[in-house]
Write a protein that binds this ligand. Sequence first.
Ligand SMILES: *Cc1c(COP(=O)(O)O)cnc(C)c1O
Length: 305
Amino acid sequence: MHKLSLELNNNNFYIKRDDLLPVSFGGNKARKAILFFKDLENKKADCVVTYGSSSSNHCRVIANIAAAKDLPCYIISPNEENHHTSNSKMIKLFNATVIQCPINEVGMTIENHLLELRRKDYKPYFIQGGGHGNIGTQAYVDAYEEILDYEEAFGQYFDYIFHTSGTGTTQAGLICGNLLNGDKRSIVGISIARKLEYGGQVVLDSVNSYLKSHGKSIVKPEKVCFTDDYILDGYSTYNEEILITIKDVLTKDGIPMDTTYTGKAFWGMKEYIKTNKIDRKKILFIHTGGTPLFFDSLEEINSEK
Ligand SMILES: *Cc1c(COP(=O)(O)O)cnc(C)c1O
């Protein structure tokens, strides 16, 4: 947890640097992947199958850990989204097999590939895109516990936790941590692509799936604070203010953010705080990683005056 230089409505801003986790450039995908690979080893699987686009942080982390463990890695990727990024180049470097298919055939392609591997006597381990599922949720229940430990050690309390919401697993974990500890603070997921109706429902379903698997009763939609006010035109779209925000945080705090996830969400957080007139609070932003994407967008960030 580090204090940020941002000044807005007399709030105090802090950041949790999950981008500095010690595996494959860190980030929430690394935090989730560590738990998935533990499960893979418990189940004695001998190869891994997942999916995501060429710019996916998730696929890069999975391919990296699989290569380290000498496990074959197969990535199903929709061919519409295929362009060269730092992540796609690393996925190649890690020797993962990328299987492209039309976006509406992703589910079928995964099923067929799993069948084929089993037919060849492999024991594949499947990980949903983005590290979705109860294991991914667990990763951010753990992160929530780290926040509690920090608060106890330093006698602080964060009134708000803000973070980037994509597939919703990170948010689900934080909300579950909040509920299981009986805390009342707000956890605000800034959506970077999904609309409230679908995105909010996925978070709620993930929360309830995790709670059920732990023998707890399920919760109502009010427990999920997911905003789609800052998605602009959807995934990977950004505006000038986002570029200015990224440049600002990099210059003043030395922290890289990208235009698809953290920079967009950090800008969204500032707007949310202005709109909702939040003042004199302690606010924690979770940096969910994606450093290779920062380098992909460095030229655009640099062109901003
Ligand atoms: C995937 C991703 C997110 C979104 O996390 P979800 O758990 O899918 O909501 C946020 N930030 C970065 C950098 C990511 O790669």
